[in-house]
Design a protein around this ligand. Structure first.
Ligand SMILES: *[C@@H]1O[C@H](CO)[C@@H](O)[C@H](O)[C@H]1NC(C)=O
Ligand SMILES: *[C@@H]1O[C@H](CO)[C@@H](O)[C@H](O)[C@H]1NC(C)=O
Ligand SMILES: *[C@@H]1O[C@H](CO)[C@@H](O)[C@H](O)[C@H]1NC(C)=O
Length: 635
């Protein structure tokens, strides 16, 4: 073991300064990488990599020292450290010290009192994609426990990067830790960047940062969260301790435009007016990396046709090369500034459109608005026989903006009137391709609206959430609820909450008459599922989720409050739900004749599925053996 360590040290010695001591455990071997010799990047690895590291108990310290304006960035290209338990306290492990200060000249010192930022063990998936220091120093301490394993250790690259690349462009508000103001004025650039504290290193916990945007009267604020890594998982943001709330106005009394949590990439926000407030709150125990975002003060109508069309043409070849010349005549942009609703038709409607017609329609809303399209007439090319998709026929393609890119949501063709469509944000694009035409197709008539109520027809909408509705027993003791855009398919990337408030001795009972939520058990991100969840408290991560297709579902609340959360992801769609609700006093509960098999959430789904399976099995048996069964019954 001695010789192999010596070998490794000699290998590193040729590249870096090596010194010993300065460690918690003086027996630690120290390997240092500094930027003082003009070396801004390089690789580092565990002893003997890629052969398994020695099984003898040992400790290795990797110290990375950047220049005064720099921070350290590490990427593991491979990571395999023997993991004995989940929190890496036994077996082998790597301690990461990312908050080491530099005090005076000489190498940074860590002592037994220095707090490490995290401990790593396991395989590549257990290691973070990248590590960043808070200051100029980062230290890795590899501890080998002494158990014989075949773990190969790690190899990675380090880089010293300029910390000034991550400075927020606003003006820091005096006497606050992380509040910034961004004013628009003619002397300054109309755009800039903002970051969570300490980005790209993880943010501290128990903080609240306010980012105030003040545009001029005829301007709006466009904000794009390029990357946002807070807590891992797919919980509702109502259950999260680390969240970003975006208010569509000056203060936190303004309507909430968005609540962001978990991990989000490429999320765009457009203010309704000339003020916007972004509030970042972090109270979880394990802070994430944080966010990076860019902002722009835009003149109203600044997104002119050229730039919009360019962005569409850039982002997908799906429109084909023949777009430009042929489409200009029927290219239309609908802005919510101009009109909140209206209708449009295919060229020459209700007469047949000409062959080779291609039209673009772009819808530009802002703030909380969503685009909703309702088809009033739909008569495209008649196709005989069976077709798998709409590619080779006349069709309408609907595009959404997902992670900053245009993505086709659906293609519509033939003559069946499509159900209403709703966008996942304030923008939507549509392309009509009338390649063939034919004398007896009329084309289409569509009415559009920029809606803020998600086309929900019941409940009282709250402004404190992007999509939340209250059902208050004192105001209505019975009624119905639906998913957003019902009976059309529900929008992607959408969370809506339904809050039921009963009187003191009341509970609410729900009877779903339609239930179609895209997903499979356990209705989580691992199964790429949309879901609904019932909770008896505002914050609740424990309650079971429901998804899939059910003929019927009954649910009764545990007490006089019920939160129903509906959450969709950014792929695949379904038609959602419709449910009747009624508030009942405990004494009335049992006199109702509603089926009682679903009082307890967790057991509902499985019994229904089981019964369906048993029923289908039984029908199959009857179909197979039915004749014989009945014959045997004959006398
Ligand atoms: C390591 O690998 C060798 C050869 O593949 C195997 O014989 C040995 O049992 C392994 N040891 C451990 C601790 O997994
Ligand atoms: C369009 O909006 C106006 C006012 O905003 C409203 O009166 C009208 O009913 C709407 N029309 C449709 C078709 O929704
Ligand atoms: C329910 O409605 C009653 C009567 O209008 C009102 O006093 C109460 O505050 C409402 N409760 C909630 C939670 O909105």
């Amino acid at each position: 073991m001695k010789t192999s360590t010596a070998l490794i040290l000699m290998l590193h010695l040729s590249l870096h300064t090596v010194d010993e001591g300065q460690a918690v455990d003086p027996s630690c071997r120290c390997i240092r990488y500094t930027s003082t010799y003009g070396k801004e990047r390089g690789t580092f690895s565990s002893p003997d990599y890629p052969k398994p590291y020695s099984a003898h108990a040992a400790c290795y310290m990797y110290t990375f020292i950047a220049g005064p304006h720099q921070i350290v960035e590490l990427f593991f290209t491979d990571f395999d450290i023997y993991k004995e338990n989940l929190d890496c306290t036994r077996g082998d492990f790597v301690k990461v010290y990312s908050e080491v200060g530099v005090h005076g000249p000489g190498p940074p010192v860590i002592t037994e009192y220095t707090m490490w930022s995290r401990v790593l063990c396991g395989n590549r998936a257990d290691a973070p994609p990248a590590l960043y220091s808070h200051g100029p120093v980062l230290i890795l301490e590899l501890n080998v426990g002494g158990k014989a394993t075949n773990a190969t250790g790690f190899i990675g690259t380090f880089k010293f990067i300029d910390r000034r690349n991550f400075e927020t462009d606003g003006v820091h508000v005096q006497d606050t830790w992380c509040d910034y103001v961004f004013d628009s004025n003619s002397n300054k650039l109309a755009y800039g960047r903002l970051y969570s504290p300490r980005y790209p290193s993880s943010y501290p916990n128990n903080i609240r940062c306010n980012y105030h945007f003040n545009a001029r009267k005829n301007e709006r604020i466009k904000l794009v969260f390029e990357e946002l890594f807070l807590q891992k998982g797919d919980e509702s943001c109502l259950n999260r301790a680390d969240v970003i709330k975006v208010y569509d106005g000056r203060s936190s009394t303004a309507p909430v435009l968005s609540i962001l949590c978990n991990e989000v990439v490429g999320y765009e926000i457009l203010s309704t007016g000339h003020e916007l407030l972004v509030q970042f709150t972090a109270n979880s125990n394990i802070p994430g990396q944080g966010f990076k975002a860019r902002y722009q003060f835009q003149m109203e109508d600044n997104e002119n046709e050229d730039s919009l069309k360019a962005s569409i043409d850039d982002s997908g070849s799906s429109f084909g090369p023949a777009v430009s010349a042929a489409t200009s005549s029927c290219h239309q942009i609908f802005r919510s500034d101009k009109s909140k609703n209206g209708s449009f038709t295919s060229p020459k409607y209700p007469l047949s459109y000409l062959p080779n017609t291609q039209c673009h329609y772009d819808f530009l809303g802002k703030g909380r608005e969503r685009v909703r399209l309702v088809f009033e007439d739909f008569s495209l090319q008649k196709v005989t026989g069976h077709i798998m998709d709409c590619d080779s026929t006349d069709s309408i393609d609907i595009f959404l903006y997902v992670e900053g890119r245009l993505e086709k949501m659906v293609s519509l063709c033939r003559n069946d009137l499509p159900k209403p469509i709703m966008s996942n944000g304030p923008k939507l694009s549509m392309v009509f391709r009338g390649l063939h035409s034919s004398g007896n197709s009329r084309g289409f008539k569509i009415s559009y609206a920029f809606v803020t109520d998600y086309a929900l027809k019941s409940g009282q909408q709250l402004l404190e959430f992007p999509c939340a509705f209250v059902f208050n027993s004192s105001e209505r003791s019975r009624g119905f609820i639906t998913s957003p855009n019902y009976p059309g398919i529900y929008p992607r990337d959408t969370e809506c909450n339904y809050f039921f408030y009963g009187n003191r001795d009341e509970r609410v009972r729900l009877h779903f008459t339609h239930f179609d939520i895209e997903g499979v058990i356990p209705c989580k991100a691992v199964s790429a599922s949309d879901y609904i969840q019932f909770s008896s408290q505002m914050v609740d991560v424990e309650s079971p989720r429901y998804c899939g297709q059910l003929n019927e579902l009954h649910f009764t609340s545990k007490n006089n409050f019920l939160k129903l959360t509906f959450k969709s992801n950014d792929r695949l769609d379904a038609t959602g739900f419709h449910a009747d609700y009624i508030f009942l006093r405990d004494s009335e509960m049992h006199s109702m004749t509603m089926p009682e098999f679903a009082d307890n959430g967790a057991t509902t789904l499985i019994p229904i599925l089981l019964w369906q399976i048993i029923l289908i099995k039984f029908i199959n048996i009857v179909l197979q053996y039915g004749d014989n069964m009945f014959e045997n019954l004959k006398f």
